[in-house]
Design a protein around this ligand. Structure first.
Ligand SMILES: Cc1ncc(COP(=O)(O)O)c(C=O)c1O
Length: 397
């Protein structure tokens, strides 16, 4: 394991309360929310970089006290050389890929990746002459056999946010070592509180901060935290693409970050209780949650991660559209919504078959995904229990 770029003697929960504060930012606990495009210079000399007093700020898109506070906070938590912010998690994945790939390059992409990231590979990147090979999430050191002379990047997601396979990140990083390629990971599920990819030699740790960082389902933000090999390229590409995140959204992310450790601790506990409850139910074939000892990814999760968040999958025994509708439509506390990481519980039906190419999805039962919020776990169980009764009635009828 490499040393974090910013070692700290404090625990993550302590760092998260203070991370990113500008020592010269005045007495305010929170940074100002700067709405800015134009920034004024004191003189032409300062504008042209000839002044003895260089301008700290130059143009809204090039950084403000608000954006820098959030960037610094994420860099501190991830142990990064630098972080860029993007207007969504999807744009963070796209920007990260565009930073390292060009015409004629080859990309290795984990088969369990979030579907819109797959779309970037099969659409935009293909159009620009980048070839993508999808690989088995459980490939481990076997990834070495897929690396070609023109492979420039390996993209991981740990665990897959729909099917929850847990890749062996250290084995994949070790196979990539010494070659002219970078490793990237979508770390939205774990956040740097439960897994710090850059400490393990990964070059970019990407998050849909939309989820646990913002935490309140009211803003879209992406982050790309970079190690030294990636930082300059990512910063340049981010600048070239003219990306900037709305100041209010950046503020919401910074504000959400302060409570992320307590929210995640609660969500981890409730999600695990619910995962265990589901695992004991006769209607359930398999629960996809790496913190369960029965999960195939458990040993890797236990070795590499310090916690689990609140998103997991449930494979039912059999199923039908009518049974899924009967279960999910009338849940009182679980909304039907695609996102996760917020304070409220959500559920979706999922069908990975359409988005897998390296390893087919072989489970026959219906797959349901649950995001566990901050509600009382007993109330959530009662809601799901009633849902399972409707499921059984629909299958019987
Ligand atoms: C694993 C993962 N990565 C990235 C994203 C994209 O985030 P956003 O919705 O902010 O674009 C999502 C959104 O659901 C996700 O689940």
């Amino acid at each position: 394991m490499t040393e974090p770029a910013h070692p700290s003697r404090h625990a993550a929960a302590t760092r998260i309360a203070h991370a990113g504060r500008d020592p010269e930012g005045g007495p305010f606990v929170n940074p100002p929310v700067i709405h800015a495009s134009t920034v004024l210079f004191e003189s032409v000399a300062q504008m042209k970089g000839r002044s003895e007093k260089p301008a700290r700020w130059t143009y809204g898109r090039r950084g403000t006290p608000t954006s820098e506070a959030l960037e610094r906070a994420i860099s501190e938590l991830e142990g990064a050389e630098g972080t860029v912010l993007t207007p969504s998690g999807a744009s963070a994945c796209g920007t990260a890929l565009l930073s390292v790939l060009g015409a004629g390059d080859h990309l290795l992409m984990i088969d369990s990746v979030y579907a819109p990231t797959r779309n970037i590979c099969d659409g935009l990147l293909k159009r620009f002459g980048v070839e993508t090979t999808y690989f088995d999430p459980l490939i481990g050191a076997g990834i070495a056999d897929l690396i070609r002379p023109n492979t420039r990047a390996i993209f991981l997601e740990a665990p897959g946010s729909l099917t929850f396979e847990m890749p062996d990140v250290p084995a994949i990083v070790a196979a990539a070592r010494g070659r002219d390629l970078l490793t990237l990971i979508d770390n939205t599920w774990a956040t740097p509180l439960f897994f710090r990819p850059l400490d393990r030699g990964v070059d970019m740790s990407i998050m849909a901060a939309t989820k646990y960082v913002v935490g309140h389902s009211d803003a879209l933000v992406g982050t790309i935290a970079c190690g030294p090999r990636a930082w300059k390229r990512v910063k340049a590409t981010h600048g070239d693409l003219g990306l900037f995140t709305g100041p209010d959204d950046m503020y919401l992310a910074l504000r959400g970050l302060r409570t992320m450790a307590v929210r995640l601790a609660h969500q981890q506990k409730s999600a695990l209780a619910l995962a265990e409850w589901f695992a004991a139910r006769p209607e359930v074939s398999r629960v996809l949650h790496p913190a369960l000892p029965s999960d195939p990814g458990h040993a890797i999760w236990k070795r590499d991660f310090s916690g689990a968040s609140g998103l997991f999958g449930v494979v039912m025994k059999g199923g039908s559209d009518a049974a899924v509708d009967a279960f999910l439509d009338r849940l009182e506390l679980f909304g039907l919504g695609y996102s996760w990481g917020g304070f409220e519980s959500l559920a979706i039906p999922a069908d990975p078959r359409a988005v897998r190419t390296a390893v087919p999805w072989r489970e026959e039962g219906s797959l349901l995904r649950f995001q566990i919020g901050l509600e009382d776990v007993g109330d959530l169980i009662a809601d799901l229990d009633a849902g399972l009764a409707r499921w059984c009635a629909a299958l019987a009828g």
